[in-house]
Design a protein. Structure first.
Length: 88
């Protein structure tokens, strides 16, 4: 089902997917083994990045978030309640 308001995004994503298909650095057989290893893990991670391209993208995103948070940390921390006075 297509939603009219999303048509431009759908076309762009379709073009990206078509262009990226078979251009990924990852090996599908290695991916399958990694997924099976995760499925068998006693304590699997909540999130896992599979493939060097994904690791690089998430690393870059985390750096951007850390930089942005550093700029706004005083404002972020200013929203807490003031600490209650401790009895003497």
């Amino acid at each position: 089902m297509r939603i009219g308001d999303n048509a431009e995004t759908l076309v762009a994503m379709g073009a990206f997917a078509s262009g990226a298909n078979h251009q990924q650095p990852g090996n599908p057989q290695k991916l399958a083994h990694a997924i099976l290893k995760l499925a068998d893990a006693i304590d699997p991670p909540m999130r896992v990045q599979l493939g060097s391209d994904t690791v690089a993208a998430v690393h870059a995103k985390n750096q951007l978030i850390a930089q942005e948070m550093a700029v706004w940390i005083d404002l972020s921390m200013s929203t807490d309640f003031e600490p209650s006075p401790q009895p003497a």
